[in-house]
Design a protein around this ligand. Structure first.
Ligand code: PRP
Length: 183
């Protein structure tokens, strides 16, 4: 689905499908360079990161392994607590591996802060983070992110994996959701 299919629902298109692909290509080139002599396990965080994982992995020119996690905050009302529950854990053993967590968005930073610490406790050689989007104005905890696609304003964004009530994940661009959709 593209922006024409949902044009009344978007206040603005932030990044087109072509822009996203170009930026992901740049991130992949950086990752290829930084991990040139290392085996990397890229870890996608379901569900939002599916699109970034699919495109980033194909833009890499080196061999990588892929694994997936699903996490959930303990109840929607306590999201700000930063307490996260693992719904699906990794299949891979992280001992001595170079791990790159791939996310669609870092909002408060609480999920990634918890996840990075959790994966670091499993004996990996390194744990880094790649996110397509980050909202600097929404940050509640400092978090070290090695690869960032775009810093964006603190607005409700959808598309390219990001949802509102499970819709818009299959939108090929990233846009700001118009308030009339959720108010
Ligand atoms: C989103 C995103 C991150 C998290 C970021 O996932 O994919 O995992 O929120 O928020 P934070 O920085 O405030 O912790 P979400 O919980 O919406 O699940 P989804 O990927 O399945 O849509």
């Amino acid at each position: 689905m593209d922006s024409q299919d949902v044009h009344d629902d978007l206040e603005e298109v932030l990044y087109t499908a072509d822009q996203i692909q170009a930026r992901i290509g740049e991130l992949a080139a950086e990752i290829d360079r930084d991990y040139a002599d290392k085996d990397v396990l890229i870890v996608g965080v379901l569900k939002g990161a599916v699109m970034v994982m699919a495109d980033l992995s194909r833009a890499l020119s080196s061999h990588i392994a892929m694994d997936w996690m699903a996490v959930s905050s303990y109840g929607s009302g306590t999201k700000s607590s930063g307490v996260v529950r693992i719904l699906k854990d990794l299949d891979a053993d992280l001992m001595n591996r170079h791990v790159l967590i791939v996310e669609d968005i870092i909002d408060s930073g609480l999920t990634l802060s918890w996840l990075k610490a959790n994966l670091q406790s499993r004996g990996p050689a390194s744990v880094e983070i790649c996110t397509l989007l980050r909202k600097p104005d929404a940050a509640k905890v400092p978090i070290d992110v090695k690869y960032i696609g775009y810093d964006i304003p603190n607005k409700f964004v959808v598309g390219y994996g990001l949802d509102f009530a499970e819709k818009y994940r299959n939108l090929d661009c990233i846009g700001i959701l118009a308030p009339h959709v959720y108010e």
